[in-house]
Each structure stands twice: as structure tokens, then as C-alpha cells.
Design a protein around this ligand. Structure first.
Ligand code: UDP
Length: 140
């Protein structure tokens, strides 16, 4: 049993895709064990994506992530990190496999509908960035 952090990004929230995307997680056997809707400040967006600080797209990424509300989720299940990455699809929706969230719902490489932790260690850090222990409702 593993946990991962998912974010439904501003583009997907704005296009009323919350339900459609959450169904994908649940159908893949991932339980939503924590959820918070929020509008990131610049500081929060910069902090969350600090690992990308030197990348050319960093400023635009921060602006995009604070352009509207997001839904932050913790997903729990067997191999949650890998499974979530699989159903999200590639970073660039043009390269994402048919049937993945990004293929079906994302429009561009920057506005790409969802975030998902890329490894168990980063999942732990990202979960702690957003949630306290008493906000997590494990199914186990
Ligand atoms: N991103 C971007 N341009 C790029 C690469 C990434 O705008 O050329 C954005 C995109 O929103 C992506 C995020 O930065 O989801 C983080 O990039 P990463 O390579 O970690 O991709 P992910 O793990 O989200 O698939």
C-alpha cells in the first residue's frame, strides 16, 4: 500500500473536469484519502515546484499554477505512485497514450491537467507540503 500526491490543475478545474478525473483514479483502484481545494499563492507555487527553479519554464509554470483554484488529493493504493503516473500519461499531452488523463483532457505541455508525484520519496515530501496527518483518511 502506497500514497501519492495528485493535483488537478487550474485548466482542468476551469473546464469542470474534477469528476471525470477523479473517476479515473477510483477506477484504477486508487482511493482518495485526502482532498483540499485551494488557490495557491505565488510563494506556495514556487515552493511546491522549487526543484524546477532553474528550468526555463519555471516562471510560466508558477503563474499557471496560481491562475485559478486547484484540487489537491492524496491517492492511496498498491503502487500508487507508478499507477497514477501511468493513468496521467506523458507530460506532453501530444505524446500521451490514448486513454490517459492528459491525452483525453489536457491541451498543452504546460496546462496539462494533472500533477502526480514521480517517486515514493517525492510523494512523501509533497504530501507533507499540503497535508497534516489528521487530514488523511486511510482506507486501511
Ligand atoms: N512543464 C512545462 N514545460 C515543459 C516541461 C514541463 O510547462 O517543457 C510544466 C508542466 O506543467 C509539467 C510541470 O512543468 O507538468 C513539471 O514538469 P515535469 O517534467 O516534472 O513533468 P510531470 O512530472 O508533471 O509529468
Amino acid at each position: 500500500m502506497q500514497r501519492t500526491l495528485s493535483i488537478i490543475k487550474p485548466d482542468a478545474v476551469a473546464r469542470n473536469l474534477l469528476g471525470a478525473i477523479c473517476v479515473r483514479f477510483e477506477q484504477a483502484g486508487l482511493a482518495i484519502v485526502a482532498a483540499r481545494m485551494m488557490h495557491l499563492t505565488r510563494e506556495q507555487a514556487e515552493g511546491f515546484y522549487a526543484i524546477h527553479r532553474e528550468r526555463p519554464f519555471f516562471k510560466d509554470l508558477v503563474e499557471f499554477m496560481r491562475s485559478g483554484p486547484i484540487l489537491v488529493l492524496i491517492l492511496e493504493g498498491d503502487e500508487a505512485v507508478r499507477k497514477n503516473r501511468e493513468i496521467m500519461g506523458a507530460t506532453n499531452p501530444a505524446e500521451a497514450l490514448a486513454g490517459t488523463i492528459r491525452h483525453d483532457y489536457a491541451e498543452t505541455i504546460d496546462a496539462n491537467a494533472v500533477h502526480g508525484s514521480d517517486a515514493p520519496e517525492t510523494a512523501q515530501q509533497e504530501i507533507e507540503f499540503f497535508f497534516e496527518q489528521d487530514e488523511i483518511f486511510s482506507r486501511n
